[in-house]
Design a protein around this ligand. Structure first.
Ligand code: FAD
Length: 337
């Protein structure tokens, strides 16, 4: 039991963003635990995939390459991961909280009786003293996530079962290549040893992938509106401001619920996570569920009539004013400059 393991999602021959972020986090956890970072890529035509994955500091990359393994299918992918984990016995296993990770993670943890913490917002190594057993556990994975409707931040530990499994949403962790020439080894798996023919019960006849043109996650500037925008018409001012600044428009859940904009723009615990260079929060109170999706932004400007709004506590600049007055002035100013 001596590794941190990352399941790498493959999309059209590329490693998914969330997997790259988890490889970065996995590397830093492995450094702290003084152990190996291992990863697995499952799919087809993966000859070059090592070049994308190993530079994150991966010591061993397992590759399961078979025509029938792409696109993702629940049963064969589960069998491969479960059987490999039985052999390799990782102490920590990380997956994206994507549709694939949300399907795969619980099945793997259930097969291994290991437990799983979904949608973690932070992963830290720490110790735990169990008073009942008078026993000290060292180097556990603290799996941190909002709980009870976001009213508390829970730290979940799994002292006795392995692997300690967690899923993390895209955008929560930073991605960073360790070394483009990192010396990791690739191990090609004999797929027939890990999957049985009965795992391939699903035949994919046609596949439609809807790709949103919206790129909130990658936008350098996010202009986000909340319930305080007051109406859909006022909310439309934000598109103009975002356009002038070269950014994208985001929203709080209350703004989405009020019908000011579409759900795909929602930022927060149940929306997307962003970390732009500049986040302008317009008429947003800054509840914990919203902050979970934006507090890593490099600079935050809050525009709010309430000087006590919680968003102000994490803002670099606060404009105490009415959005209906402030935003048109900003549009005018930035159009000129
Ligand atoms: P409000 O809290 O109503 O705040 C409006 C703000 O606008 C106030 O601060 C007010 O002072 C200000 N204001 C009013 N008028 C003006 C004006 N004219 N000019 C300037 N300021 C003005 N929320 C999210 O955002 N994202 C999530 O992903 C999310 N997930 C959730 C998950 C769960 C399980 C739960 C329970 C809740 C979740 N929420 C989420 C909801 C969250 O708790 C808040 O209700 C929501 O973020 C509030 O949105 P808001 O700040 O726009 O609205």
């Amino acid at each position: 039991m001596n590794s941190v393991f990352v399941y790498c999602e493959i999309e059209d021959g590329h490693v998914a963003e969330v997997s790259q972020e988890l490889l970065t986090k996995g590397r830093s956890l492995a450094d702290e635990l003084n152990c190996k970072l291992e990863a697995i890529a499952i799919g087809h035509q993966l000859d070059e995939i090592g070049k994308q994955i190993i530079p994150y500091g991966v010591d061993t990359l397992y590759i399961a390459d078979d025509k029938r393994l792409s696109p993702y299918q629940t049963l064969p992918h589960t069998s491969i991961v479960v059987n490999l984990f039985k052999e390799e016995q990782p102490q920590i296993a990380l997956m994206g909280a994507s549709s694939v990770g949300r399907d795969l993670g619980p099945r793997v943890s259930s097969a291994l009786h290991s437990g799983l913490t979904a949608d973690c917002t932070s992963l830290v190594i720490g110790d735990h003293f169990d008073k009942k057993q008078d026993k000290n556990y060292e180097n556990l994975l603290y799996q941190i996530r909002p709980a009870f409707g976001g009213n508390i931040i829970a730290t979940i530990i799994n002292p006795d079962c392995r692997p300690q499994m967690a899923t993390v949403r895209e955008g929560v962790m930073k991605k960073e290549i360790r070394d483009p020439k990192y010396k990791g080894k690739e191990v090609k798996l004999d797929v027939a040893k890990y999957v049985s023919d009965t795992d391939f019960v699903v035949e994919i006849i046609e596949r439609h992938v809807e790709k949103s043109k919206l790129n909130i996650k990658g936008a350098p500037i996010v202009v986000a509106g909340g319930y305080g925008m007051g109406s859909k018409e006022n909310f439309n001012l934000l598109y103009e401001l975002a356009d002038v600044l070269g950014g994208e428009v985001g929203a709080s859940r209350a703004a989405v619920d009020a019908g000011y904009t579409a759900h795909e723009r929602q930022i927060g615990q149940t929306g997307v996570t962003v970390r732009p260079k500049l986040y302008i929060a317009c008429g947003i109170s800054g509840q914990i569920q919203h902050r979970a999706g934006m507090e890593e932004s490099a600079q935050i400007i809050a525009i709010n009539t309430d000087p006590e709004a919680p968003i102000n506590a994490i803002a670099d600049y606060v404009i105490n004013g009415d959005v209906a007055e402030v935003i048109p002035k900003m549009i005018k100013y930035y159009k000129k400059n």
